[in-house]
Design a protein around this ligand. Structure first.
Ligand code: SF4
Ligand code: SF4
Length: 222
């Protein structure tokens, strides 16, 4: 899933300041799971913004709508009726959702209510951790299913740096060393020999260093 967190209220209020009628749009997929941009969060944020405006004496109206996904045109189309009635959209989707709504409704400002941070999973209640950086050339088969691109602070490919200590990363004692996890997992799998093969420098062009990436399935094209 894509992980995103709500921007500070002050920043959101500054973004919407020029507008009198704002459509707050939730997304029913990833950001619902990470409790930052689903229907419930849309309701809470809109109420908070109404209250803040009432305290400050601002006249502003908020409309609320949540769609299944903000990253697919067919769902975004469902916003059209409300988009035509407002002068700005505040998206609680990830960065993809914000851009897709803006692409379909280019005549209206679309503002990001969230900061999109990573691809990951909920690891315990209230905690979401990054596990994939979308590098475009997955090596999890060589690393025991632990991603050193996303989970090692230095993206190292051939074992830990000198800062690894007691299974922790040097950046923080709260952060496991990805390479300690790789070592432990490969040990369990009886595949420690894998670590003796030196991996060459990674070709980062698949990770976006060669420009924006695009997946094309010719077999599915019209
Ligand atoms: S190796 Fe690349 S694709 Fe595989 S989990 Fe890591 S970042 Fe994601
Ligand atoms: S301590 Fe481990 S996870 Fe942290 S930067 Fe070094 S190798 Fe990577």
């Amino acid at each position: 899933m894509i992980i995103a967190e709500q921007k500070p209220l002050k920043e959101i209020r500054e973004m919407i300041a020029p507008y009198k009628k704002v459509l707050v749009v939730g997304c029913g997929t990833c950001v619902t799971v990470c409790l930052s941009g689903g229907e419930k969060e849309v309701g809470v944020l809109a109420s908070t913004l109404r209250l803040a405006d009432a305290v400050d004496g601002n006249e502003r109206e908020f409309v609320e709508q949540t769609i299944t996904r903000q990253c697919e045109d067919e769902f975004i189309e469902q916003l059209r009726g409300n988009v035509e009635k407002v002068d700005a959209v505040l998206s609680l989707g990830c960065g993809v959702g914000v851009q897709d709504i803006a692409a379909i409704f280019p005549e209206i400002p679309v503002l990001p209510g969230l900061n999109t941070t990573s691809f990951g999973r909920p690891s315990e209640q209230g905690v979401w951790v990054e596990e994939c950086a979308g590098c475009g050339d997955c090596i999890l088969d060589e690393t025991g299913g632990i991603c050193p691109i996303a989970r090692c602070a230095k993206n190292l490919l051939n074992g830990p740096c000198g800062g690894s200590h007691g299974g922790k990363c040097e950046i923080s004692d709260d952060t496991p060393c990805a390479w300690a996890l790789v070592y432990e997992r490969l040990g369990r799998l009886g595949k420690l020999k894998t670590l003796e093969e030196i991996k060459p420098a990674k070709n980062w062009s698949t990770a976006g260093h060669g420009g924006p990436r695009k997946m094309v399935r010719e077999d599915l094209r019209k």
